[in-house]
Design a protein around this ligand. Structure first.
Ligand code: DC
Length: 228
């Protein structure tokens, strides 16, 4: 019998260290890391490139029909491809960050991506998938679920430092407002809002360094893996 694949679902707020934690866990435990936020960002980029009116469901559906989201190994890392092209840098631009939550709350977009996320998750033996609704909607039966959060000011400071280090000319207030706005839209949307699954374990990274949050998560995940 083929072995059942193991999914670790990591959900949580924007810029709380969730992706760094998910990537570090995946590297340490030899799991494949899938970033579903990057998929919503890629669709947002496509909407901006095609100038589609996101309120027009038929037009949006037409854009989605002509969109491919896939993965390929490039220089040893699994890279997200939008219509066959790597878009890692473009999807981190402030314009995409500004529009991604409004795009991510649209049900046709969510249906399109949840289907891809399930297929991608099932295509690998051991997967860590991060997002907002992985433990509640995409893989409600995931073997292990973590919910990551941190204080808003700490999150804004971390994201601001990251963007400035990449050479972007942006103010701390703008970064904080964007995070606050995204939290609000993500948590209050009707379709699969951001919320902690009842059986998810909470990790608050406010007072954690990258190393100490990894240590805590490893402790939790290793203990759970022993019970599977
Ligand atoms: O993780 P991130 O900041 O790159 O995610 C970008 C946006 O995508 C975020 O504002 C919420 C949305 N998102 C979502 O609605 N569901 C997911 N599974 C992942 C991200």
């Amino acid at each position: 019998m083929p072995e059942k694949n193991i999914i670790i679902a990591i959900d949580g707020h924007s810029s709380c260290g969730k992706s760094t934690l998910a990537k570090d866990l995946a590297t340490t435990l030899n799991f494949t890391y899938i970033d579903t936020g990057a998929m919503y960002r890629a669709i947002t980029l496509k909407c901006l490139q095609t100038n589609v009116n996101i309120e027009d469901e038929a037009a949006l559906q037409n854009v989605l029909i002509h969109t491919s989201i896939s993965y390929d190994h490039i220089l040893d890392t699994l890279q997200l491809l939008l219509d066959g092209q790597p878009v890692d840098d473009l999807i981190r631009l402030p314009e995409v960050a500004h529009w991604v939550s409004p795009v991510a709350r649209i049900p046709v977009v969510r249906r399109f991506l949840v289907d891809i996320q399930r297929k991608t998750g099932n295509a690998f033996q051991r997967v860590i998938m991060d997002g907002r609704d992985i433990g509640t909607v995409v893989f409600p039966d995931a073997a292990i679920k973590l919910f990551v959060t941190a204080d808003l000011n700490i999150r804004a400071r971390r994201r601001y430092d990251e963007l400035v280090s990449k050479g972007l000319d942006i103010s701390y207030e703008d970064v904080k407002n964007n995070l606050e706005q995204r939290d609000l839209i993500d948590s209050t949307r009707e379709d699969s809002p951001l919320k902690k699954a009842d059986d998810a374990i909470l990790i608050d990274t406010t007072f954690h360094s990258i190393n100490s949050q990894l240590e805590e998560a490893l402790r939790i995940v290793k203990a759970k893996l022993l019970t599977i």
